[in-house]
Design a protein around this ligand. Sequence first.
Ligand SMILES: Cc1cc2nc3c(=O)[nH]c(=O)nc-3n(C[C@H](O)[C@H](O)[C@H](O)COP(=O)(O)OP(=O)(O)OC[C@H]3O[C@@H](n4cnc5c(N)ncnc54)[C@H](O)[C@@H]3O)c2cc1C
Length: 606
Amino acid sequence: MTEFLEMTKDWFLGLGEQYGVNPLIFGSIYVGAIPFFTVSLGWLVKNYRKGKSIVVPALSTTFFFISAYLYLIIAGKNVPWWVYGVVVLLVAGGAYSTIQKIRKRVDDTDGESTGNFEFDSVVIGGGAAGLTASGICANFGAKTMMIERHRLGGDCTWTGCVPSKVLLKAGKVAQQVRDAGKYGLIDAEPEIDFKKVITHVDKVRKEVYEDADRPEIFEEMGIEVVEGEASFLNAHTIEIKLPNGEKRKVTSRFFFIAAGGSAFVPPIDGIESVDYLTNDSLFEVEDLPEELLIIGGGPIGTEMSQAFTNLGSKVTVIDMADKIMMNDDPELTDILFGELKRQGVSYELGASVKSVSQNDGRVSVQIEIDGEEKTVTGDKLLMATGRKPNLDGLGLNEAGIEYTKKGITINNSCRTNKKNIYAIGDIAGKYQFTHMSEHMAKVATSRAMLKIPMKMDLKHITWATFTSPEVAHVGATEKELNERGEKFEIYRFPYSKIDRAVTEGESVGMIKIFGKKFSGKILGASVVGAHAGEFISEYAVAMKNGVSLRNIADTIHPYPSWGLGARRAADQWYIRNQSAGTVKWIKRIFGYKGEIPDYSDEDRVV
Ligand SMILES: Cc1cc2nc3c(=O)[nH]c(=O)nc-3n(C[C@H](O)[C@H](O)[C@H](O)COP(=O)(O)OP(=O)(O)OC[C@H]3O[C@@H](n4cnc5c(N)ncnc54)[C@H](O)[C@@H]3O)c2cc1C
């Protein structure tokens, strides 16, 4: 017995010499690991018997088995070769198990091998959302297909943003000719050949299409562009109806539904008997309507009311609300409303539309305002009554995709209830702007292709209506801030104080910023006036990057730029934080002899 103990002692102390380490530390780790090794081994056997994964218990058992030798690797010498072998196995096993776990968590293939799919990503729809998504997917090295049933470019290029802005510009130029006297020139009535205006609208649309939307641009990126109508057969398969009547089945790992929206026309009594216009047909009209009726005083109706008025139509806008552009700040839209009325747009607000009819080429709209019935007539009727998602024919039920009549249901990463299917742009029925379509496409593709947990930036959504004056917004509205009980200040700055606005003869407008009193943190901003859309971009960058009103006020802006107006509006933060008490102290400390200014008017503009 004594001999055995002597031998063990010699072996134990000899280890120190052999491996160049402290034998007590080595021995303690060796002995201390035994219980952990035993538990891990039990876990391994248990999992093996139950048919569960043995990867983690096997790694744990191996780790504790060689834990004392790991100490040797760090602090010793003459480490046996087999220890290195086991360490390599341990690291490889750990890496394998981690990759498997990540794969399982982000599995988007419903267990199928990725090699079974023809494409990595298929994009349905080639509007703003679809074009952006396809481009990004291809740039990430994904085998990508984009399917479009009509024209690449979608609403924005053909029947939305682009033609509406071109028409607005034509109207604005006509109005500037009429208003030439304002600039010391001679007022004149512009000669308007509407056919030429519409030809110009079409030319600009085609220019935009050629420059950014045509199929060759995307084919050069390696994207297969297919003309046809896509419909889901299941969550990984679609069928495309090709123009020649043939059908093609395509499987893909990911799908991005970017099928957009179209004009929503409410079921008004008699509507089916009226040859009304929507944004789909408006930009194809060849003759200028003499009297244009517009149902809907939202951004589309409002923009078009100004464009057609300026081009010479007599326009009447009918809306059930008692104000136009209900999603914008009423204090600012009242300024726009005043301008539009001054420019000649007529309004029937607070009007419920009872019925519509058409006789001898004249359209009549029967309305009721405050209990009184009235008929408004014109030669054309534009329905600007909202948008609806293009859900029909997509085969959403076949793929098990959840949706409501407002749009496809998505989470903040634009993912549907199906892990491999995303819905972006107007089809989701939420944020119906081109820039939001692009943003959603970025979020969805980053989430799907790279597993980056990107979310839509709902705090800094911007929008703009491109009338003269423009109306634009970013972040929280005054109404939202009040509803959530937030403490905030409103900093107003009139365009009449922006020298550039005065020199340009465009001094009607107002910048309104919602911010925190002491930190100057911007919570939201609304602007009405020329270039409001550009102003709002400066505030959007500021908000997104935590730039305060003080930072903007301290940033040098060139004089006399429009942007200087953004800085001067931010100066209002300094002005609001001035107080008689502070000045009293400044006077005392530095021995100044002047008067204390009158700070009683909080809203004074300096
Ligand atoms: C008059 C007007 C003015 C506007 N002005 C502005 C503006 O100034 N600024 C702004 O930000 N936004 C504006 N918008 C909104 C903007 O146009 C939309 O938000 C944007 O176009 C939405 O892009 P999208 O890609 O989601 O859809 P879309 O552009 O509608 O594209 C969807 C595409 O999918 C195709 N498609 C549908 N179903 C299928 C299918 N089953 N298979 C294959 N293809 C299919 C359609 O043909 C379409 O081309 C305006 C809209 C209108 C109507």
